[in-house]
Design a protein around this ligand. Structure first.
Ligand SMILES: [Zn+2]
Ligand SMILES: [Zn+2]
Length: 316
């Protein structure tokens, strides 16, 4: 099996997540799967890994992008410019690849949900800060069900949204799975607030992500993740995340039985420390996910910015 031709490249990032893993497939065709943020350290690390294989950046033939977050795609444009490599990604990720051109959708969403102005400006500042680590790119679009190859290896491309609207998973019949941020062992992946670039509608990202996990759990092989260790017990890790979701979902349902909440107030009640530490965007993403789920199942109702339980309240 040609699996020895796959080399992880570990890149330190300035983001809370820590290190990101990209992968070099050193087959007849030289491929990078994800490539690190736009920064000198990640450029040098890619160069160094290539060199250890007797390669230089000009040898790269293709770059496959799992999704448009800076640690995964930020320096793709630079590497593609220098090598002439073809870059592939999913079209639903185009706002992210184009440097968050839909930021006004975020602000509209936050104000509709009565998130205070200072938090809103803070989140927009966070988005702006990320810009320095990514260079806009328009990849060649690749669809769910298509294939990418490198030498003997053929990878199926799966559109697997949730963490990002156009997240892709690449998996081969030999059981090599490039999972991006879809399945991580040590942290639960955030189904981040995001918008469909075609309609401008907000995606129900947690519900999408749960479908992605349900699909991933059926795969056999080894997940080569964007962060953390290789995952061999795929269904176990996926099931763990799915059951953690369900626990939180039930907790939120019982809190709403006490009284209605806005997204913002509920976020503060559930995760006050994370909000204080600057994690407001992650927290709002997390909480709206469960509210979407409840609305979808008919156990939560939204009126204006307030969310109500549709179940019988606990009677004294
Ligand atoms: Zn990501
Ligand atoms: Zn990531």
């Amino acid at each position: 099996m040609p699996i020895e031709n796959i080399h992880p490249i570990k890149i330190a990032t300035p983001f809370a997540v820590g290190e990101v893993y990209c992968y070099l497939i050193n087959e007849e065709k030289k491929v990078l799967v994800d490539c690190g943020q736009k920064a000198e350290n990640s450029y040098e690390l890619v160069k160094k890994q290539l060199k250890s294989q007797g390669l230089v950046i000009a040898d790269l033939d293709e770059i496959w992008l799992s999704h448009g977050h800076p640690d995964h795609f930020g320096q793709a444009a630079r590497l593609a410019d220098e090598s002439g490599a073809d870059v592939y990604g999913h079209v639903k990720e185009r706002s992210n690849f184009a440097n968050y051109e839909n930021r006004e959708l975020f602000d509209e969403f936050f104000s509709k949900h009565m998130v205070p102005k200072d938090h809103r400006s803070f989140m927009i500042e966070q988005l702006d800060w990320l810009q320095q680590y990514q260079q806009a790119i328009t990849p060649s679009w690749i669809e769910d069900g298509e294939e990418l190859t490198s030498g003997e290896l053929t990878f199926s491309v799966k559109h697997s949204p949730g963490h990002a609207p156009g997240h892709l998973t690449f998996f081969s019949k030999e059981g090599i799975i490039f999972g991006g941020d879809n399945l991580l062992e040590h942290i639960s992946t955030n189904a981040l607030i995001n918008f469909d670039p075609d309609t401008g509608e907000r995606n129900s990202s947690l519900l999408q992500y749960r479908e992605t996990l349900q699909w991933i759990r059926t795969l056999e092989g080894v997940v080569h993740p964007g962060h953390g260790k290789f995952i061999r017990n795929i269904s176990k890790v996926a099931d763990h995340h799915l059951s953690e979701h369900r626990k939180r979902y039930q907790k939120i349902q019982s809190i709403l039985k006490e009284q209605p909440y806005s997204l913002y107030e509920l976020s503060l009640r559930l995760f006050p420390d994370a909000v204080k530490k600057g994690g407001i965007f992650l927290v709002l993403s997390e909480v709206i996910g469960y509210l979407d789920w409840g609305v979808e199942e008919g156990v939560i109702r939204q009126e204006g910015e307030m969310f109500f339980s549709e179940q019988d309240s606990i009677k004294n």
